[in-house]
Design a protein around this ligand. Structure first.
Ligand code: GDP
Ligand code: MG
Length: 447
């Protein structure tokens, strides 16, 4: 989908002049791509009209770059299509030091049990003390499944093999973990194959007994247009505050679920992108659309890194130094150090186009990539503070410096040059060629 939209947009970029005909041709491609991805017809129509209006308004303003305006309009419209209008940040930034009770609901197979644990692990990294309660007495083996996941992520859990009333288990579990001062208590519930009365009754009871602070509706992201009915049915039964879409691994047909959920005005807070516990990420419409269009998602990358470091301070610091316009060697060093702390190198690096399959990271060669990052960091350890903070990459290339650093790191000078090449490439990616121009920083600050 992203590729098709990008292609359509490039029609605008490449056209000699932008007239009605070019715009229509471009919009036609975008509309087709969205419809093929199962996005709701009504929303697609709205997008087309809005982009057209904005393009026509641009005709009146003299000197403005029409290409940019159209491109921005498309990105904006796509983002707002996926936005619920609710402040998602409030739903994601849970308060510490109080028991946050979060109840998960959704049909069987949607991914609740898997997502519960991913969710707990996400907040654990942020310094929370999560705990899991299994209130699914419907599916055989439900408790064992949760137990297994929880144990793997070292999250305490509660459940019962004998009690058959889910509301009783849920209440007991929540009470116990409140006493033990857990500040995030996640209640996993059962689902049915269909949206049935018995399921809805059970959800109401569990909700009444546990009084959750937030109810999260988990939905299979690949189900297309059926998503709207399903999301509505759950929303009508209990007070669904947020949505998590799972199985967004391919994004192929994610358009259906995304637009359908957006239509119910429920904010999507996270998406699941695989079966593994770390395949889980924040959903932010702008960043998502950016990535969809292959534009790279520096903000998402920064988020990912700051997850590993409990404090938000680091992220602010990074954004701050980037916005001052300098991606120094020291920043690269700090980022690599954080990536190392986080485990799977691939996932993080994959978020920035240009980094995946770069000199730093090769897909499928995580081990080698990690070793390479380590080597680069050893080289940086041999640099002086001045060099690490040096605003000008050219200075670092001076031959005597390269030789000195190589000696200090005990490596071949060629490796130092490789690091410099890589650094320059990433720097150009982020700051634009020569430190100014069309880098991520500029694109971001324009938004
Ligand atoms: P529940 O019945 O709602 O509790 O769903 P489960 O957590 O048991 O998940 C059902 C299946 O979906 C399992 O095989 C999971 O591994 C799989 N699953 C869950 N989330 C994702 C995801 O984001 N991507 C993929 N590919 N599979 C997922
Ligand atoms: Mg389950």
């Amino acid at each position: 989908l992203g590729q098709k939209i990008s292609q359509a947009l490039s029609m605008i970029q490449n056209a000699e002049s932008i007239d009605e005909k070019v715009l229509d041709a471009c919009l036609k491609e975008i509309v087709t791509a969205l419809l093929q991805a199962d996005v709701n017809v009504r929303l697609v129509g709205k997008l087309r009209d809005n982009v057209k209006t904005r393009a026509n308004n641009a005709d009146k303003g003299a000197g403005l770059n029409k290409r940019k305006i159209i491109e921005k309009a498309v990105v904006d419209e796509l983002s707002s299509m996926l936005s619920s209008g609710v402040d998602e940040k409030k739903l994601v930034d849970l308060k510490k030091g109080q028991p946050n009770v979060i109840m998960f609901v959704g049909l069987q197979g949607a991914g609740k049990t898997t997502t519960c644990t991913k969710y707990g692990a996400f907040y654990k990294k942020k310094g929370f003390k999560p705990a899991l309660v299994c209130a699914d007495t419907f599916r055989a083996g439900a408790f064992d499944q949760l137990k297994q996941n929880a144990t793997k992520m070292q999250i305490p859990f509660y459940g019962s093999y004998t009690e058959t009333d889910p509301a009783v288990i849920a209440a007991k579990g929540v009470e116990e973990f409140k006493k033990a001062n857990h500040d995030l208590i996640i209640v996993d519930t059962s689902g049915r194959h269909k949206q049935e009365d018995s399921l809805f009754e059970e959800m109401r009871q569990v909700s009444a007994m546990t009084k959750p602070d937030l109810i999260i509706f988990v939905m299979d992201g690949s189900i297309g247009q059926a998503a709207e009915d399903q999301a509505k049915a759950f929303k009508d039964t209990v007070e669904v505050g947020a949505v998590i879409l799972t199985k967004m691994d391919g994004h192929a047909k994610g358009g259906g679920a995304l637009s359908a959920v957006a239509a119910t005005k429920s904010p999507i807070v996270f998406i699941g992108t695989g079966e593994h516990m770390d395949e889980f990420e924040r959903f932010e419409p702008k960043a998502f659309v950016g990535r969809l269009l292959g534009r790279g998602d520096w903000r998402g990358f920064v988020d990912k890194i700051s997850e590993a470091v409990p404090e938000d301070a680091m992220k602010e610091e990074l954004m701050d130094s980037l916005s001052k316009g300098n991606f120094t060697m020291r920043i690269l060093y700090e980022q690599l150090a954080n990536i190392q702390k986080m485990g799977p190198v691939g996932q993080v690096m994959g978020m920035i186009p240009g980094l995946s399959n770069s000199g730093l990271f090769t897909k499928g060669k995580e081990k080698e990539s990690a070793a390479r990052i380590k080597m680069f960091m050893t080289i940086m350890d041999s640099m002086t503070d001045k060099e690490l903070d040096c605003p000008n990459p050219k200075v670092l290339q001076e031959q005597s410096r390269v030789m000195r650093v190589a000696r200090g790191a005990g490596c071949n000078p060629y490796c130092v040059l490789e690091l410099l090449e890589e650094y320059k490439r990433i720097r150009a990616l982020i700051m634009g060629p020569g430190g100014k121009g069309k880098g991520f920083m500029q694109q971001m600050s324009k938004q």
